[in-house]
Design a protein around this ligand. Structure first.
Ligand SMILES: Cc1cc2nc3c(=O)[nH]c(=O)nc-3n(C[C@H](O)[C@H](O)[C@H](O)COP(=O)(O)OP(=O)(O)OC[C@H]3O[C@@H](n4cnc5c(N)ncnc54)[C@H](O)[C@@H]3O)c2cc1C
Length: 504
């Protein structure tokens, strides 16, 4: 195996027909763009990049590039385009859908070194940041101005704004303040051909088609994000959270719809079932009611008068919906403790089970209770436990199917369980993903949700940005062949048509 500096020089297009030839040419080309320390190609250096937060799917990449300037990103993409090498952009690698999973004959383009906060402007209430800046670091930088960045994925201590843009990430405060797409004004990005494109603007609206909204949530398939301008909002004077306890999960689910129907938009409206609170309580001691079948966390923020009035209204609705106990946070420490439980629910699941498979379906709020009952029945059917924690106000469900990845049969049942949940979401009028993206994980479920014509339209958008299909290919949009295959093997109500055939 050649070291990059020993490798052959770059030959014209088409001269690298073999994988080894392409690899040598890629390493030689990258060595001309990047310093040694920013290019990883030995297996011991590339293995740490073999998966993202969805560790069940793994693939060691051909090489990993760690540029720290936009010029380097442009040069790398131009080189890969010339050589026909696929590129997978990567932030912090916390994606739960395999969006940042490498391709065997491809390059991982890490944006981890783009960590600078370029400006925080309290007058326009915006911040300009590089894509590798962590979500929480933006709020930390804005805090001296009494401002913060509202979308708050539970992974916010680790995940990057580039990843958030690419997944259109959400969090507990997105019900009231909107998702990433509602809080990003402008993005600078580089196409696969190495061209810098600016999407959106700092003005409230920009002329022409809204390509910024197309880019946000495009899972690294359209362009590589190199700079993001985000909206900042003032910190509320006061925030308080209600923990509402229910003796029945369905009643808790229905209460969510009742709160919204009463015309209240809480600053956060999250739900956890009893197995979830039990797992979390051992881990962070959040003070949850362990006797409750489900708890709702409902936050109110604003001036002290607004909060007092909203807490009273929410308490009345929750009581009428059958809630058995209400606890209102009495100080900031208690409020943060209630939220720390919710935000640590995924790691808590990791403590009680060797592996968990996180689903991300979204359904109309009025069906939350129905879906929870259906999931209970699926636990029996697949012989696996599932704990439920979710952005209830958005109807965005995160059932965590617990399994042991060392046991192939359990993993197989977990996959079937997950697919069953997502297809039930579609049946209830919902979608297969809310905020975690499709990645590689939900490709089959996309076949259930979208028609061939719709999927063709998605490929048309991809081709407009990346005609060579080299940027994060084979993610997010399933091919016709894949859907045809899945259709033949489609699990309906847990019955697999051709159980003798291997599934992919
Ligand atoms: C414990 C835990 C809790 C989580 N909670 C939430 C939650 O509450 N809400 C939520 O929405 N998500 C959540 N997630 C999922 C994940 O954190 C988000 O999807 C996050 O936005 C991913 O950011 P990242 O920097 O890790 O991106 P990565 O995982 O590295 O990449 C994600 C996708 O973005 C692309 N990408 C990354 N950077 C760029 C770039 N600069 N340009 C172009 N494409 C790029 C990648 O190719 C990939 O497709 C959670 C994950 C974990 C592990």
């Amino acid at each position: 195996m050649n070291a990059p500096h020993e490798a052959q020089t770059i030959a014209p297009d088409g001269a690298h027909a073999t994988a080894e030839g392409r690899r040598s040419a890629l390493l030689a080309g990258l060595a001309q763009i990047l310093p040694d320390a920013a290019l990883l190609w030995k297996p011991e250096d590339t293995v740490p990049y073999e998966c993202d937060g969805l560790a069940a799917y793994r693939q060691v990449p051909m090489a990993v590039a760690l540029p720290d300037t936009e010029e380097q990103v442009c040069a790398i993409l131009r080189l890969c385009h010339k050589l026909g090498v696929p590129v997978v952009p990567r932030g912090a690698g916390t994606s739960l859908s395999g969006g940042a999973m490498p391709i065997a004959e491809g390059l991982v383009l890490s944006l981890a070194k783009f960590k600078r906060i370029l400006s925080v402007d309290p007058y326009s209430r915006t911040a300009v940041v590089q894509p590798g800046v962590r979500n929480l670091a933006i709020s930390d930088a804005a805090a001296p101005h009494n401002l913060y960045y509202a979308p708050d994925p539970s992974s916010q201590i680790a995940c990057t704004i580039g990843g958030n843009v690419s997944e259109n990430s959400g969090g507990v405060h997105c019900l009231k303040y909107g998702l990433t797409v509602h809080n990003v004004l402008r993005v600078r990005a580089v196409t696969m051909e190495g061209e810098v494109v600016v999407f959106g603007s700092e003005a409230p609206d920009s002329p022409g088609l809204d390509l910024l909204a197309v880019l946000i949530g495009s899972e690294g398939m359209l362009a590589v994000v190199t700079e993001v301008t985000v909206r900042l909002i003032p910190k509320p004077q006061l925030a308080q959270v209600i923990m509402a306890c229910f003796d029945d999960v369905e009643k808790g689910g229905n209460a969510v719809a009742d709160v919204i129907a009463a015309g209240i938009i809480p600053a956060g409206l999250e739900m956890m079932d009893k197995p979830a609170t039990a797992a979390v309580e051992q881990f962070v001691h959040a003070g949850y009611d362990l006797d409750a079948a489900a708890i709702l966390l409902c936050e109110s923020d604003g001036t002290p008068e607004e909060v007092a009035e909203e807490i009273e209204r929410m308490s009345a609705v929750l009581t009428a919906s059958g809630c058995t106990r209400i606890v209102v946070s009495q100080n900031e420490a208690e409020r943060l403790r209630f939220w720390s439980g919710r935000k640590n629910a995924f790691p808590a699941a990791g403590r009680i089970s060797p592996d968990y498979y996180c689903m991300d379906g979204t359904i109309p709020r009025k069906h939350i209770g129905t879906l929870l009952r259906r999931i209970e029945a699926m636990e029996q059917k697949y012989g696996l436990r599932c704990i439920n924690v979710f952005h209830a106000g958005d109807g965005n469900m995160h059932p965590l199917v617990l399994f042991d990845g060392a046991d192939q049969d359990q993993w197989h049942r977990a996959e079937l369980f997950g697919a069953d949940i997502l297809e039930t979401c579609v049946e209830l009028g919902g979608t297969v993903t809310g905020e975690h993206g499709v990645g590689v994980e939900k490709l089959n479920s996309m076949c259930v949700q979208f028609s061939p014509a719709e999927r063709d339209a998605f490929f048309g958008v991809k081709a407009a940005f990346d005609p060579a299909r080299l940027l994060n290919p084979d993610k997010a949009i399933p091919t016709l062949a894949r859907c045809a295959e899945y259709g033949k093997m489609h699990v309906k109500r847990g019955l697999l048509p051709h159980p003798e055939l291997p599934r992919f």
